[in-house]
Design a protein around this ligand. Structure first.
Ligand code: PLP
Ligand code: COI
Length: 339
């Protein structure tokens, strides 16, 4: 029951909500959206997803503003990226209109679970798709299930905007010319050993280097990376093996168009870490999580003193969340208002 939730102390975990929305692909066509009030899925013992991980997903959020209205951030961009992911692992694309309708529906149906303004919590939306029909040889399924669930969440990293400590990883999350640029579950399975190891070693996340030369900064297991130079430029890695983060793309626009900053999207050699004054992880779940320290084996790089979010990250954070909460007008097409 939504009334029993202590919104301010939510972490980033699954809290049950009453409704999810489903759609099935069979006989080479997507069916109608269906609303479901049970969380279970019944699957064939030989479903493609169970052997060969034919699955992709998205992450989005709905926000309750001070004005009581509910805003969903960049729905179409999530839908388009899901189509890119589908193409990458040979799944049928869900038409954009159907995706958008499903997102709106799941938010409207679970409106009681959209956290109140000012609690720091939001409603996280998780659309996903997987191959459900039976296979035994390595090939795509013939039938697919699309689902969208939602769950109220707090900050992705413990402590919210308190700077985190991360390490440069010795392992890779993606292969050169592989699937790093799509949001397929298989990329996250690749990272599980390493995230547990990072936590055991006292780090909140792993920073992956480019998988070909292991010299350029890529991203973390669940977020892109942004840096600020001494002269106030925003710098962020450009690479074919990272996920094109919608938050990062939004922050690039915010930096250029709202804060008048210079922005560079380019390769970043790991030796450049010493030249940056601020660092943050950005993503739907992470929002902007300031990085206080990066450990690269025997070297340590501290940003903005290590203990608090720097001035540029703070401005970016306030502007982005201001748009999401309806305090600041957002560019055309970024916000869908429910009521
Ligand atoms: N990189 C990875 C590997 C992610 O899982 C995510 C999360 O979605 C991101 C980056 C950030 O992407 P977005 O801002 O679209 O949520
Ligand atoms: C998101 O930010 O939406 C993601 O999917 C990242 C995940 C690690 C929670």
């Amino acid at each position: 029951m939504a009334q029993n939730i202590d919104w301010g102390s939510l972490g980033f975990g699954y809290v049950p909500t009453p409704y999810n929305v489903r759609c099935t692909y069979t006989n080479k066509a997507w069916g109608e959206l269906r609303v479901c009030d049970t969380p279970e899925i019944t699957l064939h013992i030989s479903s493609a997803v169970l052997h060969y991980a034919q699955e992709c997903f998205e992450g989005m959020k709905a926000f309750r503003g001070k004005d009581g209205k509910v805003r969903i951030f960049r729905i179409e961009d999530g839908g388009r990226r899901m189509q890119d992911s589908c193409r990458g692992i040979q799944m049928p694309e869900l038409p954009l209109e159907k995706f958008v309708e499903a997102v709106k529906k799941v938010v409207e149906l679970n409106a009681d679970f959209i956290p109140p303004y000012g609690t720091g919590a939001t409603l996280y939306l998780r659309p996903y798709m997987f191959g459900s029909s039976p296979v035994i040889g390595v090939k795509p399924a013939e039938e697919y299930q699309f689902r969208i669930l939602c769950t109220p969440v707090g900050p992705y990293f413990k402590g919210g905007v308190k700077p985190i400590s991360v390490r440069i990883s010795d392992r890779d999350r993606a292969a050169p010319r592989g699937t790093g640029d799509i949001k397929a579950g298989l990329n996250y399975a690749m990272s599980l050993y390493n995230i547990v190891d990072a936590h055991n070693c006292g780090f909140a996340e792993n920073i992956y280097l480019d998988p070909e030369t292991h010299t350029y900064i890529e991203e973390t297991g669940g977020a892109n990376i942004i840096f600020v130079t001494k002269d106030g430029k925003l710098v962020t890695p450009k690479s074919d093996t990272i996920l094109p983060s919608i938050t990062r793309r939004s922050l690039v626009s915010v930096a250029k168009d709202y804060l008048g900053m210079e922005v560079e999207e380019r390769k970043i050699h790991k030796d450049e870490l010493k030249d940056f004054v601020e660092c943050g992880l950005c993503g739907t779940a992470a929002v902007i999580s300031p990085v206080g320290k990066i450990t690269d084996h025997d070297k340590e790089y501290v940003f903005n003193g290590g203990n608090e979010m720097g001035p540029v990250m703070t401005k970016l954070y306030d502007t982005l969340t201001g748009m999401q909460m309806g305090r600041i007008p957002a560019p055309e097409g970024w916000i869908y208002e429910i009521k």
